[in-house]
Write a protein that binds this ligand. Structure first.
Ligand SMILES: NC(=O)c1ccc[n+]([C@@H]2O[C@H](COP(=O)([O-])OP(=O)(O)OC[C@H]3O[C@@H](n4cnc5c(N)ncnc54)[C@H](OP(=O)(O)O)[C@@H]3O)[C@@H](O)[C@H]2O)c1
Length: 198
């Protein structure tokens, strides 16, 4: 992407704020060029205090950005995309979706055919610069993927994959890490139960 990155993260919950924190920490994009949205904006007061732009208005966030990352729950995506689909401008905006289980063909139903769309599957580790993020797009060598790589390479590592592998990437890279962490916690709790000091 030739222009400076200005990023809107629509649906700044767990993963949205993790990506924002990682990007600012890495120095890829300063916090003031990342706009975070959610409806309960008071829950983003700490992010605001760190310099991120925060608002409840998704359209306002899009108007200030050239990369739009959607990070809502799958069942919340229809309402969000119906609201913002026509706000995205071909040649200016790149749409990156981290929403699990929603494919590029479904995203295309909400945005025009000329908008570059990329699916990204990170895990919560972008906050500490250690995310393994799989990326897929209709044109895996296009400008959308290049911009997504610029973003996610700076908060960990990326791998461009065929979209048909996205389900596996979700199970292995996103949820899989959570299961390992539960196993580690269970082992440490077990250790305490059998007499070791925490
Ligand atoms: N967590 C992970 O490690 C991870 C990893 C990879 C992919 N993902 C995917 O990322 C997505 C989000 O996961 P999450 O764990 O971050 O969920 P989450 O914490 O529930 O975040 C979703 C956020 O979206 C906001 N939201 C809902 N509707 C909205 C709207 N119309 N406009 C603006 N904001 C809206 C919600 O806040 P309000 O209710 O205040 O609006 C909430 O903060 C899911 O699809 C998940 O599968 C998550």
């Amino acid at each position: 992407m030739k222009d400076k990155l200005n990023i809107a993260i629509l649906g700044a919950g767990n993963i949205g704020t993790a990506i924002a924190s990682g990007l600012a920490k890495a120095g890829t994009v300063s916090a003031d060029r990342i706009t975070l949205t959610r409806r309960k904006t008071h829950l983003l007061d700490d992010m605001k205090a760190q310099g991120f732009a925060v608002c409840a208005d998704n359209k306002e966030a899009i108007a200030k950005s050239n990369v739009v990352i959607v990070a809502v729950e799958p069942q919340q995506l229809d309402e969000l995309m119906t609201e913002i689909g026509s706000e995205l401008k071909a040649g200016h905006h790149i749409l990156v979706s981290v929403v699990s289980g929603v494919d590029l063909a479904q995203l295309r139903q909400w945005v025009g055919g000329d908008i570059e769309c990329v699916r990204a599957m990170p895990n919560t580790a972008p906050a500490v610069g250690e995310s393994m993020t799989c990326l897929a797009s209709e044109k895996n060598d296009g400008g959308g993927v290049a911009a997504a790589r610029q973003i996610f390479d700076s908060v960990g590592r990326t791998l461009v994959i065929d979209e048909e592998l996205m389900g596996a990437a979700t199970a292995l890279g996103a949820c899989g890490v959570a299961f390992f962490l539960r196993a580690i916690r269970a082992a440490s709790q077990g250790g305490i139960e059998i007499g070791f000091h925490s």
